[in-house]
Design a protein around this ligand. Sequence first.
Ligand SMILES: [Zn+2]
Length: 107
Amino acid sequence: MENRVATIFELNQVFNNPGLVLDALGVVEDTVFRNCPKECTHCECKKFETLELVGLSNKPLFYECVACGTLHLKYRRGWVEKQFTKIKGLWTNPNDWEEPNEDSLLN
Ligand SMILES: [Zn+2]
């Protein structure tokens, strides 16, 4: 299973509320899936990727349906929401990201 990594600093700034950020990301129910769901509860697709959110946890937090993008919680929603206190005040601007120069591409 593929693992995807995403940042939510910007979303978190916009909503300033973990519950609303999870809604916006595509968490539609509170059911916790310790193991990968057999099929998506939204569209019945059987393929998933895991999704990790930078800064919240170094483990994937969701099973993401590859067809419709619905996120299925691997942990209790309340616990995931609590992790948001770690990224309070953090944000990122892609324009600030540095491109490696030619020299650092050679080894
Ligand atoms: Zn789906």
